[in-house]
Design a binder for this molecule. Structure first.
Ligand SMILES: *Cc1c(COP(=O)(O)O)cnc(C)c1O
Length: 365
């Protein structure tokens, strides 16, 4: 049996609905921003539960622009977690600010007990990540930020479709970033990103900055960049948004099956599932004894597993100048050695899942 990690072939099998909508767009020639992009921004804002959404061409730009909109610059410090995707730290660096890492917790989220110790008088922003589509305790993070009068930018790139007590990731912080990369819970056929905020002044600034700082064709009020979302992708994103509920439900059902069946195994440690938190399961991760051998064995048996990631951010080469060493963040370093990501996507059925469980069991026997 083959169990692929990448499900895009299934997802985009039926192309008719995309072609139908694209035809309308092509006939309208609205290729830069325009009504299709605006329409999707509105729908997305409603879905997430924020007042304003500003689309970008990818999640990394959404992060960079979010930080810039809060004035993050050279001399500032931004606190984030050391187990995330490169873009989280890269975005801080792109603003010229200093990256300050903290360790993860046992759910692979930013360790909220370590945040306060990392705060200095230069800290401008806390940048928590909804890693893997699970969420840290955003209520506590907002409390810390308020106490020290610092801002919060959520990296909700993997968090579209998750819930924390009925609130969406990306609806807590001051300015928040989402990604629609092909392997996120809401995806387009290429790159796409979004910024969400409830602050009208910041939203206005972001709309301008995203489009060269123009107020109209002939007038600038500041220098900006081109970080516009492609209307062709906005159309795809709109179609996906209509299906997100179903996708998240199915992924949760699959994850639940794996949780139940794998948690009996003493060589596997499933992260705690917090009550009233719904995950997107962008990544289904757990700790596995003899991870590297297991990984090889599963791949040999047709199960495409991955590691997100074998090297935490503070041990990556560009972090060297920040002075981090092995041993600085023991939890994330331990996790990097034993985490494994199993396929859990919406196109897997019980037969696939049973096969995966069976193979994992037979490996440990
Ligand atoms: C995917 C991802 C990003 C970057 O998004 P892109 O759209 O690929 O630029 C940033 N942070 C996290 C946590 C991600 O998973």
């Amino acid at each position: 049996m083959k169990i692929p990690f990448n499900y895009l072939n299934y997802q985009f099998k039926n192309k008719t609905k995309y072609f139908k909508e694209w035809k309308k767009l092509i006939d309208s020639s609205e290729f830069t921003l325009g009504p299709y992009v605006k329409d999707f921004e509105k729908r997305f804002a409603k879905y997430i539960g924020v007042k304003y959404c500003i689309s970008t061409n990818n999640g990394t730009d959404a992060l960079i622009l979010s930080l810039k909109s809060l004035g993050v610059k050279n001399g500032d410090e931004v606190i984030t977690v050391t187990n995330s995707f490169y873009a989280t730290a890269g975005a801080i660096q792109a603003c010229g600010a200093k990256i300050v890492f903290v360790d993860s917790d046992e759910r692979y989220q930013i360790n909220i007990n370590k945040i306060e110790k990392a705060i200095t008088n230069k800290t401008k922003v806390i940048l928590p990540v909804h890693w893997g589509g699970a969420s840290p305790d955003m209520f506590k993070i907002m409390k810390i930020a308020k106490k020290y009068k610092i801002k919060v930018v959520e990296d909700a790139c993997m968090g579209i479709g998750a819930k924390i007590y009925n609130k969406s990731p990306g609806s807590f912080g001051d300015v928040n970033a989402f990604s629609m990369h092909p392997l996120k819970s809401l995806n387009v056929m290429g790159d796409g990103g979004m910024i969400g905020t409830n602050n009208s002044t910041i939203a206005k600034w972001l709309r301008k900055y995203r489009n060269h700082g123009m107020i109209d064709r002939n007038n600038l009020t500041m220098w900006g960049v081109n970080a516009r979302m492609q209307p062709l992708q906005a159309v795809v994103a709109k179609i996906q948004l209509n299906q997100i509920k179903k996708i998240i439900k199915k992924r949760n059902k699959n994850a639940n099956f794996l949780d139940k069946n794998l948690s009996k195994n003493k060589y596997i440690k499933i992260p705690k599932r917090k009550k009233n938190y719904t995950e997107t399961f962008s990544l289904y991760m757990a700790n596995f004894k003899k991870r590297d051998k297991l990984k090889k064995y599963l791949i040999k048996n047709g199960i495409e597993v991955k590691v997100h990631y074998p090297i935490p951010l503070h041990l990556q080469k560009p972090s060297k100048v920040l002075g981090y060493k092995k041993g600085t963040f023991p939890i994330s370093e331990m996790q990097a050695k034993c985490i494994l990501t199993l396929p859990v996507h919406q196109y897997l059925n019980t037969t696939h899942l049973k096969y995966m469980v069976k193979k994992i069991e037979s490996f440990y026997k």
